[in-house]
Structure formats: C-alpha cells, structure tokens
Design a binder for this molecule. Structure first.
Ligand SMILES: Cc1ncc(COP(=O)(O)O)c(C=O)c1O
Length: 396
C-alpha cells in the first residue's frame, strides 16, 4: 500500500540501523536537529552576547508559537520551559488552598511525576482525589466527572495515559469542570504529535507537554499553554526576571508581571534545547498530525491483530478511537524480553505493571511491526530472554 509518510524516513538516521518503536519515550532524531544545533553554536560563536537581542531572548515565545500551531493554541499563548513537572509547579504557584476550593482531581493512571508535584502540595492544604481505573487501562469517565465538584480547583489530567495509551475525553471533562468553576490542566505529552489536539476548541485552561516523544524534538523543551482569557488574572509565585514587564530595568523588590505570556517564564531559558526542538516541530507540522493519526490508527490495529495472532496479549483499550499511538503488550518476562529485543536492535521499552510498549510513528513501516512481533514471539519460544533475567539496570 502507498504510504506517503514513509518519504520522511531518510530524515531520521537511526531508522537505518534499528527497528525504532519507542517514540512514546524518545522520538527519533531528525537530521535537521544537527543543523539547528550548529546554527546555535555558530550564532553563539559569531554574535556572542548580541544573540540575546537578535532572537534568543524571545525564543521561549517564538518556539512556543511553533508548538502552538500543532496543539491549536493562538499565537502568544504558549511559552517554553524545561519539562512538564516545572510547568505543573508553575501553574500550581498561581493558586493557593486557603479557601473552600482546594480539591485537585486526577486519574490514578496519571504520570507519576505530575502526581509528585500535586501530592507535595498537600502540605499547603491541597486535597488530592484520585480516580482509580478498574482495569489498569481505561479511566471511567462517569466517575471522573462525578469527582469534580464545587470544591475542585484543578483537574490535571493526562490526555493519553502513558501506561496503556488510553485517550481521555478532554472536552467532556473540561465541560464538567467549567460547570462547577474548576480549571483543567491537560498533559499532552503522549498525544501531541500523534493524536490531534485543539486546546482552543476544547477550551482547556492550561496545557503542558514536552518534545522528547512524538514531537521528535529531544529533551529540555517543555511547553506551557495558558488560555488567553486567564492570562491577565494569574500571578505565578514560581517566577523570575523574564516574567517582569521591564526585565532590563533591574527593578528591585517585588515583580511587576509582564502583560503577555512572558509572565509565565522565570529565569534564563534553555536555548540549545529550543534550537534542537524546532527540527522536530517542523517535521511533525509538515507531515501533518491528521495524516500521522490516520496512519497510526491503522498501524496500531495491525500491531494489536498481529500480537493476538502470536498469542501476545495487548494491554490496550478495546475501542480503536480510544487508543493513542502506543500499544502495550503484557508479555511474560517482559523486562528480560525487552532487553533481548534491544540487543536485536528492536527498540522498545518496558513499564512494570503494564508490559512492553511498542509505538509505530509516521516513519514506521508495516514490516517493522511484523519483525518486532516475530522477534518477541521467537525470544519467548527460544527462551533467549533468560540470559537477561538476572541483569539490573534502569527503566529506559
Ligand atoms: C504523560 C507524561 N507526562 C509527563 C512526562 C514527563 O514529565 P517531565 O517532562 O517532567 O519529565 C511523561 C514521560 O516522560 C509522560 O508520559
């Protein structure tokens, strides 16, 4: 079958050597990232300190606008930070828990780093309420909606669940939250770049995500969207001179916030990361997320079908429209099988309590999916995973 997205393959060097099915963790590096990083060192080397005025200082906004085009955010409503955890902490620093509205509601399958940020605010009065999953895969929407009430301040949810690929109904949750005066923070890390996102149409209050995964932008480039209608009302306590209305006046004392989204910045930005990340945003935008999603739905179904045919059990939503870009397979000896797959240049990862995560992206061929599943079956049947059972190591 004709697949025009495969034309992008030669832009990703690692695809020449590996079966790369790990874009839910680290998207493949586009060649243009090297060019961008060279541009960064050339600029630093030739322009020196003048580089700040010539673009570096505004990069958290100009690069934010590039992300904005992918997630449906208006220009000037996205700023760049280092990662999601910092963005969540920055959002929280706009609020307090002194009044009646002190509940934070999210799913039990939320990304742990996000939980750590909110849990730590129990010390300041936050009441964290977790909506548990019945099957470890899906989040019960009715129970989620029912947990959001007049005492709820924030709903920091994951659009796509990192441990199962389940897509949550963000617009429904936003409607419920707004009906009772609560605000929604959508973590788009596992969706933006593979599942279409439209923060403006969904009327989300805040959104955040990073560039490491489906956006193929590498580490150090997290983004924060704040709905334009909210921006003037918010005064983050996690702040710094970039958020000041006149940073180069070096006024002492309390901050006077900028009128625009720069009020959601703090100190000096991670300029090299912002250079590298642009390569990913450009290629994802050019490939178009709608086309990526159509291909992803087809390949995810192929993965599920081929896995079942090989006696491998998907830990994934039943409904295709509720599946994001990854498929988790609940394979026995998952950790050791993953290590053997990596040794065979099939790049996947393992999450305890879930299984081995496989992710086709727009650069993946159908044959690569077949190869990965055949290798998995062969590793189980031959027992070659056993050599890895005693090994320690990290979760990457
Ligand atoms: C849903 C989700 N949120 C957040 C993160 C990462 O958070 P941070 O950018 O703070 O490292 C990940 C994955 O690493 C994730 O899957």
């Amino acid at each position: 079958m004709e697949d025009p997205l495969l034309a992008w393959r030669d832009q990703f060097p690692i695809l020449e050597r590996t079966t790369y099915l790990v874009s839910h963790s680290l998207g493949a590096m586009p060649r243009a990232a090297e060019t961008r990083l060279k541009e960064y060192t050339d600029t630093w080397g030739s322009r020196g300190v003048r580089a700040w005025a010539e673009g570096w200082w505004r990069m958290p906004l100009t690069v934010g606008d590039q992300v904005g085009r992918i997630i449906g955010a208006a220009p000037g409503s996205v700023v760049m930070h280092q990662n999601v955890s910092v963005c969540q902490a920055l959002i929280l620093s706009c609020f307090d828990f002194a009044g009646r509205r002190k509940k934070v509601v999210y799913e039990g399958l939320n990304f742990p780093s996000v939980m750590y940020v909110y849990e730590a605010h129990r010390a300041l009065g936050a009441e964290v309420v977790t909506v548990e999953s019945d099957d470890g895969i899906t989040v019960p929407l009715e129970r989620f909606l029912a947990a959001i009430d007049e005492r709820t301040l924030l709903v920091p949810l994951s659009h796509v669940i990192f441990k199962s690929g389940f897509i949550q109904d963000v617009p429904a949750i936003v409607r419920r939250a707004h009906d009772v005066g609560a605000l929604v923070v959508a973590d788009l890390y596992q969706s933006a770049g593979t599942v279409p996102v439209d923060v403006a149409a969904w009327d989300v209050d805040f959104a955040t995500g990073g560039s490491v995964k489906w956006l193929c932008g590498g580490p150090g480039a997290g983004y924060l969207y704040v709905a334009p209608r909210l921006q003037p009302r918010l005064t983050p306590r996690l702040t710094g001179w970039m958020a000041h209305r006149a940073p180069f006046a070096f006024e002492t004392g309390a901050i006077e916030y900028a009128d625009d989204a720069t009020r959601f910045l703090h100190g000096t930005p991670a300029v090299p990361a912002l250079y590298a990340a642009q390569a990913g945003y450009e290629i994802v935008a050019a490939a178009r997320v709608e086309a990526i999603r159509a291909k992803s739905m087809r390949q995810v179904q192929r993965l599920v079908d081929l896995a079942r045919e090989r006696g491998l059990r998907p830990h994934a939503p039943e409904r295709p429209d509720q599946r994001g870009g990854m498929v988790i397979l609940d394979v026995p000896h998952g950790q050791a099988v993953t290590r053997e797959l990596l040794r065979r240049e099939v790049i996947v990862d393992f999450r305890p309590g879930a299984g081995i995560r496989f992710s086709p992206h727009f650069y993946t061929t159908d044959d690569e999916i077949l190869r990965a599943l055949d290798e998995t079956r062969q590793i189980l049947d031959s027992g070659s995973y056993r050599a890895h059972e005693a090994a320690g190591g990290t979760g990457f």
